[in-house]
Design a protein. Structure first.
Length: 464
């Protein structure tokens, strides 16, 4: 008995002896200085989530989470342009609720939240978070970007979110950043330079969105960072994720048209008649429709159809692997009215309109520009000895899954735990994951020991 007690005492002493090694971990800034941290970017930086910039998501934006971790290593206060409402600055917030589709089936789905947004009343104080939803790279340099008069011009020359916290109506985002005199900064900008075009459906979109020329982006981005470097501050730059890492473009598969053998035969017969009609009017039709039992490629309107004068409903083809459907494609039209296959009521093809599709040329334009932007961001980081976050690779890796505190995460819409209900922005746990990506890069670049955020301490999507 005494022997057992002796060995138990030895084991206890060994455990106690190990404790100081855990407790002695000290958060430290290394060669960085987190006294005055500012974040610069767009909606991702602002804390936009679920289709809106609302209070709790803003409070748990990735820069706010980073600042809380920086505080353990000498960081100071981090002030955001606070949104009081849980319904956002402007309408558009989505929540998870129950919706009934055209077939009478009720299921969980993102639905519009009901409540009162804050509106555009200026906050009236200086901030640390310069995330401006909708901002492209060159918007950071634009004077009068926070001028309310620019909200009613055509096109708009101001941004409603920057109107809330711009120091003057004449100022630019970067001028206000410089006035804040940061000792450390994060910069994640450029997403909207391709994302605006992608979200609007690519070419010829009603919003007039285009892909920012990579050479122009390089000039603008280099200029922004060179300006920031005059403060002698250190910082971290993040690159642009590929759109195929974002559930807005991957949730609805190109081959989501699931048919029975009978339905496939009916569609093949219908499109044989379409091809015969086109041949009778002298239109050489080079696409071969091929439907079979199981998953099939959706039918889409073809903006490159060789005979432009034909009605849109005849200028159709099936989608190709690698082409993308937007999350906004009307689900009831797909399920009940023949969109993506054939309009049986009116006996004519019903291709998915181009504003819900990114075809192979549009995907290539986005991919090429993203690669060029990311080459610029990496070269600028190297030239200025700044930390660099390869967010493109991080989110690509996240598609196959991550585990934090025993909880699995991936980029699947709703159930993956990273993205919010708009399919583009992170939820609050996703923001913590992104914050950790930044902290990991900062620690490596500046020999810092900033502790990682506890991802599961933040809320994810709320289920009804």
């Amino acid at each position: 008995m005494k022997t057992r007690n002796f060995f138990f005492l030895l084991a206890t002493l060994a455990i106690v002896a190990c404790q100081p090694e855990i407790d002695e971990f000290q958060a430290a800034p290394g060669t960085a200085n987190f006294t005055k941290y500012v974040s610069i970017g767009n909606s991702l930086t602002a804390g936009y989530s679920d289709g809106a910039l609302y209070h709790s998501a803003q409070m748990n934006s990735y820069p706010s989470i980073m600042a809380a971790q920086f505080a353990k290593a000498g960081g100071g206060n981090f002030v955001q342009p606070v949104v009081a409402s849980e319904y956002g600055v402007l309408p558009g917030k989505r929540v998870l609720g129950f919706a009934t589709d055209c077939k009478g089936v009720t299921s969980l789905a993102p639905v519009a939240a009901t409540g009162t947004p804050d509106g555009l009343t200026p906050v009236g104080y200086a901030v640390n978070n310069f995330g401006v939803p909708g901002a492209k790279s060159y918007h950071l340099l634009a004077g009068h970007y926070g001028d309310p008069a620019g909200l009613v011009t055509t096109p708009m020359t101001a941004n409603p979110y920057f109107v809330r916290f711009a120091s003057t109506i004449e100022t630019s985002v970067i001028e206000d950043v410089m006035a804040a005199q940061p000792t450390f900064f994060s910069l994640w900008i450029g997403n909207n330079d391709v994302l605006g075009y992608a979200l609007a459906g690519g070419e010829n979109n009603a919003a007039g969105e285009t892909v920012t020329d990579p050479t122009f982006f390089s000039t603008v981005y280099t200029g922004i960072v060179n300006t920031l470097m005059t403060t002698k501050a250190k910082g971290v730059l993040a690159n642009i994720p590929d759109i195929t890492s974002i559930p807005f473009f991957t949730t609805v598969p190109y081959n989501g048209l699931v048919l029975t053998a009978e339905q496939a035969a009916q569609l093949n017969g219908a499109y044989q008649l379409v091809e015969a009609y086109l041949a009778s009017i002298g239109v050489p039709y080079t696409y071969n429709f091929n439907f079979q039992a199981g998953p099939n490629a959706f039918v889409i309107e073809d903006r490159n159809f060789p005979i432009a004068a034909l009605p849109d409903y005849l200028k159709v083809r099936q989608m190709k692997p690698g082409e993308l459907l937007l999350l906004t494609v009307p689900q009831d039209e797909l399920k009940c009215n023949g969109m993506g296959s054939f309009d049986a009521v009116n006996s004519k093809p019903y291709g998915i309109p181009q504003n819900y599709v990114l075809d192979e040329d549009e995907v290539a334009a986005i991919t090429t520009a993203t690669a060029a932007y990311n080459a610029t961001i990496k070269s600028v980081a190297l030239a200025n000895n700044l930390a660099h976050v390869d967010m493109a690779q991080k989110l690509k890796d996240a598609k196959s899954g991550l585990v934090y505190d025993g909880v699995s995460f991936n980029t699947t819409f709703v159930t993956g735990g990273i993205f919010s209900l708009d399919g583009v922005h992170m939820n609050q746990q996703g923001a913590a994951i992104v914050a950790n990506y930044f902290i990991e890069a900062i620690n490596a670049a500046y020999s810092a020991t900033v502790p990682m955020a506890e991802v599961t301490a933040y809320p994810g999507i709320v289920f009804p």
